[in-house]
Design a protein around this ligand. Structure first.
Ligand code: TA6
Length: 276
């Protein structure tokens, strides 16, 4: 792999015969995944994203941990949205490549912060091959007490044109953040024409982003209890790190734990997303 230093951040590029992948060490944050067979980036990063570590990166795969959105019971803004892993520097602790598959393990500088003070170890495991496997692994190092956390792989997919897209694989109900968490049935077909911010309380193993009736991106998930679907639509105009048109090209489909997973001493939880 290669490392490039820029604006106080470090960027890692991993290339092998199957794919290439770019990672920001600020956030332990995957920025792009390009399989060689079609040379198409599966991930979207805002053209006006801030990459110098001043704020979370808009795009790619933000890591939400140890809470999703605002921490339970806390007022908005009291603790950082989506936790504190996505705003700290990570290190590369392991790397292996056999020419077609690269495996990298990243570790965050700290795993404790305001709102979370349990002893634990966190690793981000990346397997870069013709598909990208991203696993966020939490190990409890507590000796006596259990603790509960939420987490998400908040992936921004590059869908090229949201008007052409349907999401396949979600069939149950969702909670609508835009309507005070009203519970509604998943639309069929699942297409997009306005702001969308939903937590689906189901854990399908496979989802497909279909574009113009053809499979465009497949998303495998494990270790989750929910799927979050988000597109800010025109409200993105008020976000300093999105331009007026970015919403047309992206769709967040997030593999998430939003109902809390409890880790007893020694337990390991792994949240995985597989992108192809
Ligand atoms: O995953 C959906 C969501 O929680 C939305 O409610 C929206 O705020 C989005 O994430 C982005 O959050 P961020 O803190 O990255 O601006």
């Amino acid at each position: 792999y290669q490392i490039e230093e820029k604006d106080g951040n470090r960027f890692v590029t991993v290339s092998n015969a199957s794919a290439s992948c770019r990672i920001s060490l600020f956030g332990g944050h995957v920025l792009s995944f390009i399989p060689s067979h079609d040379n198409r980036d599966r991930l979207w990063v805002s053209p006006v994203a801030v990459l110098n570590g001043e704020r979370p990166i808009r795009g790619g795969i933000p890591l939400c941990w140890p809470w999703f959105s605002d921490a339970h019971g806390k007022a908005k803004g009291e603790l950082p949205s989506h936790g504190f892993l996505r705003t700290q520097m990570w290190d590369i602790s392991e790397f292996n490549c056999d020419g077609t598959t690269s495996e990298m393990v990243l570790t965050p500088a700290i795993t404790k912060g305001p709102g979370f003070s349990y002893e634990c170890a966190v690793k981000l495991r990346l397997k870069i091959a013709s598909e990208l496997t991203v696993s966020l692994e939490t190990t409890s190092l507590e000796e006596q007490q259990a603790f509960t956390l939420n987490c998400a792989l908040h992936t921004y997919f590059d869908v090229n044109n949201i008007a052409d897209v349907a999401l396949e694989g979600l069939a149950g109900e969702y909670k609508d953040k835009l309507e005070d968490w009203a519970v509604k049935p998943a639309p069929t077909p699942y297409t997009f024409s306005s702001e969308t911010d939903r937590i689906h309380q189901e854990a399908p193993k496979t989802l497909t982003i279909v574009a113009n009736q053809s499979p465009y991106i497949t998303i495998g998930s494990a270790g989750h209890d929910s799927i979050v679907v988000w597109n800010p639509w025109q409200s993105a105009a008020s976000m300093s790190d999105m331009d007026a048109f970015g919403y047309k090209q992206m769709l967040c489909v997030e593999t998430a734990v939003t109902n809390g997973i409890t880790l007893n001493p020694g337990d390991i939880h792994t949240l995985t997303q597989v992108i192809a």
